[in-house]
Design a binder for this molecule. Structure first.
Ligand SMILES: [Zn+2]
Length: 196
């Protein structure tokens, strides 16, 4: 079981069910997008680009852009409809603006064994990647069924928001290996303390 690596604060996670929520999760438990190396690993690991896509041209402006979109998306996802503020409206305008950029164009090419593989038509630009993320946020926020399935993890101080697609909609944790396991350990300790 990969418990050791799953709880590593620097391990990137992609388990919220939506790429825009995976982006929001990169603030927890510490800033994960703290270097270009980490950002490149996130972009590839999240599936935003096919494996092997060149990202050497990413610079620090990308980090700023991704973090900004992350903050605006988090504000929209966590807001209650009744609590609209000027800051909310600004976040909405920003995400809508970023969403106007076309995402990177994919194409299918024969791989080494002849099976088709996906690649981009060229090295992706930052605006195109932010466009893809912003579009995912727009789709999520305007989809009543997806919105109704949004949950915040029940773990102590865990801010991660995910889409609950489990059968019966009973998923309580961002990850059963991390927050779920922490709760099981805590319950066991409480029982052991009572027994004494
Ligand atoms: Zn959690």
């Amino acid at each position: 079981m990969a418990l050791g690596t799953a709880t590593d604060p620097y391990e990137l996670r992609f388990d919220t069910g939506r790429i825009c929520l995976d982006l929001i999760a990169t603030t927890h438990p510490v800033e994960r997008l703290d270097s270009l190396e980490a950002l490149r690993a996130w972009i590839t690991g999240s599936g935003l680009v096919p494996p092997g896509t060149p990202l050497a041209h990413a610079d620090t402006a990308w980090l700023t852009g991704f973090r900004e979109l992350r903050g605006e998306t988090a504000r929209l996802v966590r807001a209650r409809p009744a609590s609209r503020t000027r800051r909310y409206d600004l976040a909405l305008a920003r995400v809508n603006e970023l969403s106007r950029a076309a995402p990177p164009a994919p194409r299918a090419v024969p791989g080494e064994d002849g099976a088709l593989v996906r690649e981009l038509t060229g090295p992706p630009q930052c605006a195109a990647l932010l466009g893809a993320l912003a579009r995912d946020a727009v789709e999520l926020l305007t989809d009543p069924a997806a919105r109704a399935s949004l949950r915040q993890c029940e773990g102590d101080n865990c801010p991660i928001v995910y889409v609950d697609t489990s059968r019966g909609r009973r998923r309580r944790w961002c990850s059963s290996e991390i927050c779920g396991n922490r709760e099981r350990v805590a319950r066991h300790r409480r029982r052991a303390a009572l027994a004494r």
